[in-house]
Design a protein around this ligand. Structure first.
Ligand SMILES: Cc1cc2nc3c(=O)[nH]c(=O)nc-3n(C[C@H](O)[C@H](O)[C@H](O)COP(=O)(O)O)c2cc1C
Length: 179
């Protein structure tokens, strides 16, 4: 059984990427996986200061914001599920801040071993999610994680629209078929 940390990256708590994540979770729960949900909306996670304090202080960051709790969660889970809208062809800044702040994990040793990407975009062309998924693949490779699946919902804009798309069922199946 996996210990899944689901990271909701949208500022919209009930937006399209959140609904994809919820469907994924329904499937994963059926199979008995352990789930922790974490919403970045409303959290304060500042950019990395590149001060290298964490490298000299056993992975403790100099900044005391919401990343303190999130870092503890990252250290307690083996799989990270990233539920994120596409913002200007990439991840929202909130997610990039999280990734940059995991610099401290180069000292702590990362516990996350695998990742899943669930993403939503308003445009319908394939090229809309290409930059994001290319970056995701490169990041996963760089950090030594294993990609366990990607779902990219395109042509969804208003919050809730994704409910009318087959990718909701795909997200459920991805969770259900996770080993
Ligand atoms: C700041 C911002 C930038 C966006 N950039 C893109 C984009 O580059 N391509 C696209 O197709 N949609 C873009 N969108 C639309 C969202 O990706 C789309 O509405 C998505 O379904 C929102 O997911 P959410 O409901 O989980 O927030 C953008 C939306 C915002 C607010």
């Amino acid at each position: 059984m996996k210990k899944l940390l689901v990271l909701y990256c949208s500022p919209r708590n009930n937006g399209n990427s959140a609904l994809l994540a919820d469907a994924f979770i329904r499937g994963a729960i059926k199979k008995g996986h352990e789930i922790t949900e974490y919403h970045l909306a409303g959290k304060k996670i500042s950019p990395c200061l590149a001060c290298n304090y964490c490298l000299k202080n056993e992975g403790v960051c100099a900044q005391k914001d919401d990343m303190v709790d999130l870092m503890q969660l990252l250290q307690r889970h083996d799989t990270l599920v990233i539920a994120s809208p596409v913002y200007y062809l990439g991840f929202p800044g909130s997610f990039k801040n999280v990734i940059d702040r995991t610099y401290a994990e180069s000292v702590l040793k990362r516990k996350i071993k695998s990742t899943i990407l669930l993403t939503t975009a308003s445009k319908s062309e394939d090229s809309v999610t290409e930059v994001m998924t290319n970056y995701y693949h490169a990041l996963v490779n760089f950090l030594g994680f294993t990609n366990l699946g990607i779902i990219s919902a395109k042509g969804v804009d208003a919050a809730g629209e994704v409910n009318n798309f087959p990718c909701i069922d795909e997200a459920y199946q991805l969770g259900f078929n996770l080993n």
